[in-house]
Design a protein around this ligand. Structure first.
Ligand SMILES: Nc1nc2c(ncn2[C@@H]2O[C@H](COP(=O)(O)OP(=O)(O)OP(=O)(O)O)[C@@H](O)[C@H]2O)c(=O)[nH]1
Ligand SMILES: [Mg+2]
Length: 704
């Protein structure tokens, strides 16, 4: 039954306890009889040897459990920003999410990032405040931060009974009961619902009223009852919380200590009670391929609708690709033929699996709302739509950020070049944020990714291939560039060399765009129902009187965009530019689309020479926590790295420094920080924006 399905993701900052929570969920649901632990390297979802060795999640992993009558599919995602692609693709296919927060760390940088990522995908969420047993745990401070930084309207459904070493369990504010764990039960499963202990009663009463107030956002009838001071039934309260969550008006807040088996059962109940089933999500909308004016179609979560699904992840295996699908409508069976609308090819499904970490169960049918993996597909990549051959639909592709750092890799003498190329090809296909190319001048292999850890992990994975041994160079920043000032110029592209000539004359005006202008453009595009350009390249046609015929305009835009992919002086991509075609000439016989494309590319190359360019470097949003005696050292160190300090605080013996620092100055920061703080500091960083950098400060090894 569709109503009894939940597809949820677990998202959070690094180390908040996502994998531990997932592990406890598996344990409580009975899917796993032995408890796994991140610290012992034996969890179900961190099954990759690299994950177990490093104690972090690198790949998102899917598991499915039964909780009562409900089948819950869970995707455990990595918290480290270098693996953001895994979060992005997961959020695209999920119907709901649990945001895990550490009661000590509160809302950290990456918690904000993933929360806003989930907002973008309109994924309903509940929050789990974890690690209440830890020294310094502060439940209410964490909630204040959620209100302030995330704009959350909290509906506190559970209160901690005690905190830090005094933490003894969780109070259920919906049923107004204390969950008393059976201390004699070694399996940690048994508990009793008992009266709320006397010392917590008053607080529980107070927060029950707050919960009712929060729930008024979800139901008008409940609002009336609350206003009139009348009693509200548990059933109505749950109904209101559910509606409010699905509409994104409130966020139910649960809490506990996953490691110590507290609060997880209540969290699972909340997943069932408050998060939507696939049927409660809006139908997916896609484009009908080859239709006029890009007509759209909808697919509802119904087994009788034509089949449609999105491929959101691939894993290359020796026997072929394993492709992860989110099915939106219709049913899929082994041996079905499906159409890949992204490349127009027909594909046959061989087998369908439900994934349980690295274990897989074979399925005979998979229906709407399900997340499954299939074998047998040969040409299906991440972001592709598969659908019924006679009812084609193209769903939106999944977008990933561009890499920010690169590293040269040199194969050892013993390495088989073919094997290396093959292994690299597979890795790049599976990981859309990883890019690989050969530098035409040095002939070096250049691997680009989202950060040092990402590249390190990718190289380690590469070396797992038998016979592949490589050494790596120093990391390099992936710069971008824009024009230094507005510029206008004419290009006369006229070639007369026997036979049919080439004729295209264009007059272009270029303008580098400020951040505000980029935002204005993006807003305008969205208003017109179009996607803003990820690189902020905007083309405007100002031709009057047909001096350049309509049919050549797209060719000119194409030439401009192609030339932007690789700058003239340095090969970095060009961004933030408005190009305006104001005048031109054509020839009845000699003009062609190719001629106009070449003219536009030449025009933009000359424009860069005439106006000059500005190099842009990635700037990271950095937050460092350390004992307060290090604040001076941290500040000096960040300034030395050309950092801009935004804020620093001292509280309870700890200090926090928040700064913008160029990525190029942060290579090796992890180990240097560890050295000068004797391992007592923690830091996180994420890409923030691009800012101009003087050419003499830039590392231009990779530039030509
Ligand atoms: N004290 C305490 N420690 C916890 C709790 N939950 C998790 N931990 C510990 O926190 C650390 C990180 O836990 P993980 O579950 O790996 O965190 P994660 O969010 O999956 O981390 P990434 O996937 O790397 O982002 C481990 O050492 C856990 O044992 C808890 O409730 N209390
Ligand atoms: Mg994890």
């Amino acid at each position: 039954m569709l109503e009894n399905l939940r597809n949820i993701g677990i998202i959070a900052h690094v180390d908040a306890g996502k994998t531990t929570t997932t592990e406890r969920i598996l344990y409580f649901s009975g899917s796993k009889h032995k408890v796994g632990d991140v610290d012992d390297g034996n969890t179900t979802t961190d099954f990759d040897p690299l994950e177990r060795q490093k104690g972090i999640t690198i790949n998102s992993a899917a598991v499915a459990i039964d909780w009562g009558d409900t089948r819950i599919s869970i995707i455990d995602t990595p918290g480290h920003v270098d693996f953001t692609a895994e979060v992005e693709r997961s959020l695209r296919v999920l119907d709901g999410a649990i945001g895990v927060f550490c009661a000590v760390g509160g809302v950290e940088v990456q918690s904000e990032t993933v929360w806003y990522q989930a907002n973008k995908h309109r994924v309903p969420r509940i929050a789990f405040i974890n690690k209440l047993d830890r020294m310094g745990a502060d439940f209410f401070a964490c909630i204040e931060q959620m209100k302030e930084k995330l704009g959350v309207v909290p509906a506190i459904c559970a209160l901690p009974a005690g905190e830090s070493s005094a933490f003894e369990g969780v109070i259920d504010l919906v049923r107004m009961k204390f969950i008393l764990k059976d201390k004699n039960d070694k399996t940690n499963v048994k508990y009793d619902l008992v009266e709320i202990p006397e010392q917590y009663k008053a607080q529980a009463e107070e927060y029950h009223l707050h919960l009712l107030e929060a729930a008024t956002h979800g139901d008008d009838h409940l609002l009336e009852l609350v206003l009139e001071g009348k009693p509200v039934s548990e059933e109505l309260l749950r109904k209101a919380l559910r509606a409010g969550t699905i509409e994104g008006k409130l966020t139910p807040i649960l809490c506990g200590s996953a490691k110590n088996f507290h609060g997880v059962q209540l969290l699972l109940d909340a997943v069932v009670e408050y998060l939507p089933s696939p049927a409660e999500r809006p139908p997916v909308v896609g484009i009908i391929p080859k239709s006029k004016e890009k007509a759209t179609a909808e697919r509802r979560a119904d087994p009788k609708e034509p089949f449609s699904c999105l491929a959101f992840k691939t894993i290359s295996e020796p026997t072929g690709d394993l492709v992860f699908l989110r099915i939106y409508s219709g049913e899929l069976h082994p041996k079905d033929d499906v159409l890949n609308t992204a490349n127009g090819r027909s594909e046959r499904v061989a087998r369908i699996f439900r994934m349980m970490g690295d274990r897989r169960d074979v399925l005979e049918v998979a229906g709407p709302g399900e997340i499954v993996a299939v074998a047998g597909l040969k040409q299906t990549h991440t972001g592709n739509t598969l659908c019924a051959e006679d009812k084609p639909i193209l769903l939106e592709d999944i977008r990933f950020p561009d890499p920010v750092i690169s590293q040269a890799i040199t194969p050892d003498k013993t390495t088989d070049e073919t094997k290396l190329a093959d292994a690299l090809g597979k890795m790049v296909r599976d990981d859309p944020t990883l890019k690989c190319r050969t530098d035409p001048e040095t002939n070096e292999l250049i691997l680009s990714g989202m950060g040092e850890l990402h590249l390190e992990v990718s190289v380690e994975k590469l070396m797992r291939n038998p016979g592949v041994r490589v050494s790596v160079g120093k990391p390099m920043v992936a710069y971008r560039q824009t024009l230094a000032r507005p510029v206008e110029l004419e290009t006369r592209y006229i070639k007369q060399s026997g036979g049919r000539g080439k004729f295209a004359v264009i007059y272009m005006e270029y303008k580098p765009l400020t951040k505000e202008e980029c935002a204005e453009w993006a807003a305008e595009m969205e208003e017109d129902g179009e996607k803003p350009d990820p690189n902020n390249l905007y083309f405007v046609d100002k031709i009057v009187g047909g001096v350049v015929p309509k049919e050549f305009i797209p060719a000119i835009e194409k030439g401009f965009r192609q030339a932007c992919q690789k700058g003239a002086k340095y090969h970095f991509p060009c961004v933030d530019i408005q190009a305006m075609l104001t005048d031109g000439k054509y020839h009845d016989v000699d003009s062609s689309q190719d001629a106009f494309t070449s003219a536009a590319a030449e025009n933009f190359r000359d424009a860069q020479a005439k106006a000059g360019i500005v190099l842009l470097e990635p700037i990271m949003n950095v937050v460092v926590h350390a004992p307060d005696k290090y604040l001076g050292d941290l500040t000096r160190d960040v300034s030395r790295r050309r950092g801009e300090i935004l804020n620093s605080t001292m509280d309870k013996g700890r200090c926090m420094l928040h700064a913008y620092v160029p990525l190029g100055e942060l290579f090796g920061y992890t180990s240097e920080l560890r050295n000068f703080t004797s391992g007592t500091a923690a830091f996180t960083m994420e890409p923030s924006h691009y800012a101009p950098v003087k050419e003499e400060l830039a590392d231009l090894r990779e530039a030509s």
